[in-house]
Design a protein around this ligand. Structure first.
Ligand code: PXL
Length: 298
């Protein structure tokens, strides 16, 4: 069998040094899935901004384009560019420039428009931030907003509570109207019992829903865990619906373990214990080869 070149992703997020999210989540999940992951840290924070007082913040905006230009001079190609939390509107413009410099013919551009939750824009962002994020989403192949972020992107009122399937389908179509081919809406409950992700691939016209029984606790960083697993599964050639199923399973497993352990919700979720199974699920061919090397006993 001919060897396929290892897939490579550029992950453009902050590093929150404590409180699992952004790069400290994206790197291990993509790596576990067998994907070579290159990182552009957009900022270094002592913790994320979601609940710890007194966090430090070192902005790295001025480093982004020099890193990108160096990579370009090396002729590096990327199967995907995956962005998450960006610190400012200025960074959004710079990341757009980075897309232009790094994107090849088949590079998947995945934008998680991290900026809001529970009906509110994060307090660190200026009111015009969603306008910039909409422009970045227009350049993406895939966007992964939660319901609050989707409302901000669409200039609509956020509505709490269950959302009828026709309503999530309307929002997904409208989100693809901004520009991306695929949209995944997170935090969607159609019936108040299941919570999950609704998806739409406008190139096939296919809608999907991946859900699990709602767990009432909220944990920080679950959006990043989900989006990282989703990007990994898409890079491995899963359909959007199949990738959402895998990402929901992975994320729900992490949330359940964390709840059972009684961990502080600000610390993020125990996704680490799920990495082995995720790795096997994402790379069945590699696992089979490993089994052969071990005399078929693995
Ligand atoms: O999980 C998203 C995220 C990433 N990075 C930082 C954040 C947040 C959400 O609050 O504050 C720094």
């Amino acid at each position: 069998m001919e060897n396929e070149r290892q897939k490579r992703v550029a992950a453009i997020h902050d590093i929150s040094c404590f409180g699992r999210c952004s790069l400290t989540v994206a790197l291990p999940i993509l790596s576990a899935a067998g994907i070579e992951t290159s990182a552009i840290p957009t900022a270094v924070l002592s913790t994320h901004t979601g609940g710890f007082a007194g966090y430090t913040y070192r902005d790295l905006t001025d480093e982004i384009l020099p890193v990108v230009r160096h990579w370009r001079s090396l002729g590096l190609g990327f199967d995907a560019i995956y962005t998450g939390f960006l610190g400012s509107s200025e960074q959004i413009g710079i990341v757009m420039e980075a897309f232009g410099l790094l994107k090849g013919g088949s590079t998947l551009i995945a934008v998680d428009p991290v900026m809001a939750d529970n009906g509110k824009l994060y307090s660190t962002f200026a009111p015009d931030f969603p306008d910039g994020m909409r422009k970045l989403c227009a350049k993406a192949d895939l966007i992964v907003p939660n319901l609050t972020e989707a409302a901000l992107l669409l200039g609509e009122e956020y509505r709490e509570g269950p959302c009828a399937p026709e309503e999530s389908a309307r929002m997904l179509r409208a989100l693809c109207g901004i520009g991306p081919r695929m949209a995944v809406l997170t935090g969607v409950s159609h019936d108040g019992v299941q919570l999950g992700a609704a998806s739409y691939d406008s190139s096939t016209g296919e809608f999907g829903y991946a859900g699990a029984r709602r767990i009432d606790s909220m944990y920080h960083g679950t959006g990043d865990v989900f989006a990282s697993a989703l990007v990994a599964a898409l890079i491995h050639g899963r359909s959007l619906g199949g990738a959402c199923d895998a990402a929901v399973r992975f994320t729900v497993g992490a949330i359940e373990r964390t709840r059972a352990a009684g961990t502080d919700s600000r610390f993020g979720v125990d996704f680490e214990a799920g990495l082995g199974a995720f790795a096997r699920e994402m790379a069945p061919m590699d696992a089979a080869a490993e089994g052969c090397r071990n005399g078929g006993t693995a």
